[in-house]
Design a protein around this ligand. Structure first.
Ligand SMILES: Nc1nc(=O)c2c([nH]1)NC[C@@H]1CN(c3ccc(C(=O)N[C@@H](CCC(=O)O)C(=O)O)cc3)C=[N+]21
Length: 307
């Protein structure tokens, strides 16, 4: 094992500016929404949030702010943490039937007493802005077009925009959660991308041994500062996705000192997060376009195969 001291590698990684790319994506979406409005098609986002978690409330507020900027109507459903499964089922059913809502999400995590799998299954797959309905995850496995989970899609768009080549590259994904690691590994190994992926989880004996081999390391574990400088090959691309709220503040999965080793780095804030929100809007707009044009306007992901 080689440890790379800061002195050996004094360069600073180039930061990936997720805010700038998200702004560009939203400007493009605003034009497309205006075109849809001309055809009397109004994309509308719904969010269902259960409980009082401040972080979730702030994420959901950000999503509605983005909608206003892009011209997407949005509605917000909030249930107390005491809500029953029947309460949640009812709100999902209402949005499924509501024509003003063309796409919606159930904000995760749900309080423990509620059944996430049931909730995700009840969402109309044609309104599944998160791409987490079993049908849509099944389509992802099969390589069929459909809405893609927002965070993995954000990650791939950021890498593509930065010109990071994925085909044949070695990618180490840390964390196998439903919203990031698991679908991300599927997308990276799809024929359209053809990356070579190591997916690490809590049982991985020596994750650093795998990250050190990787051209790209994507950390989505929620373990604060898990990834240290000596985990990274000099010049590698590193994306910090997971975050932990601690008494010391919000800490990302990637230690800040990794900036002295990585070539390209997306930091805890201003990186993947803003693009995740932009991809949620993209899913909503694309679903509205699909409904207006029939089947040919599939999500951008399927277009990538031809590039
Ligand atoms: N059904 C569902 N879909 C999700 O997409 C989903 C979810 N549940 N549960 C929680 C996670 C987390 N997530 C973030 C989105 C934006 C930022 C974001 O914009 N972050 C800003 C900073 C925001 C802040 O200050 O907290 C940034 O990175 O610069 C962060 C996190 C979406 N998630």
């Amino acid at each position: 094992m080689t440890t790379i001291a800061e002195a050996d590698y004094p360069q600073q990684a180039t930061r990936i500016d997720g805010r700038a790319l998200a702004a560009a994506v939203k400007a493009d979406l605003a034009e497309r929404v205006a075109l849809l409005h001309l055809q009397d098609i109004r994309p509308g986002l719904g969010t269902i949030l259960v409980g009082e978690d401040p972080a979730s409330h702030s994420y959901v507020a950000g999503k509605h702010r983005d909608c206003r900027k892009v011209g997407i109507a949005s509605q917000r459903v909030e249930l107390p943490s005491t809500a029953t499964q029947a309460d949640l089922d009812r709100e999902i059913d209402l949005l499924n039937r509501d024509d003003a809502c063309t796409g919606f999400i159930v904000q995760l995590p749900l309080p423990r007493h509620l059944d996430m799998h049931r909730a995700l299954s009840l969402v109309d797959p044609g309104k599944d802005a998160d791409g987490l309905h079993p049908n849509n995850l099944g389509k992802l496995v099969l390589g069929m077009p459909g809405p893609l989970p927002c965070t993995p899609r954000a990650i791939l768009e950021l890498l593509r925009h930065q010109g990071v080549s994925l085909q044949g590259s070695r990618v180490c994904v840390l964390g196998c959660g439903l919203t990031v690691g698991r679908p991300l590994a599927l997308m990276l190994t799809s024929p359209a991308v053809n990356a070579t992926v190591i997916a690490c989880n809590e049982a991985t004996a020596d994750a650093a041994a795998w990250t050190r081999e990787a051209d790209i390391v994507i950390a989505a574990t929620g373990v604060a500062h898990l990834v240290r400088p000596d985990w990274i090959r000099p010049g590698a691309t590193v994306l910090s996705v997971g975050l932990s709220r601690t008494i010391e503040g919000v800490l990302g999965d990637v230690h800040p000192d990794v900036a002295s080793v990585a070539g390209l780095l997306s930091e805890t804030t201003g990186g993947v997060g803003p693009m995740t929100r932009a991809m949620l809007l993209a899913n909503v707009v694309e679903m509205a376009e699909l409904n207006s044009q029939g089947d040919e306007a599939l999500c951008r992901w399927s277009d990538n195969a031809d590039e």
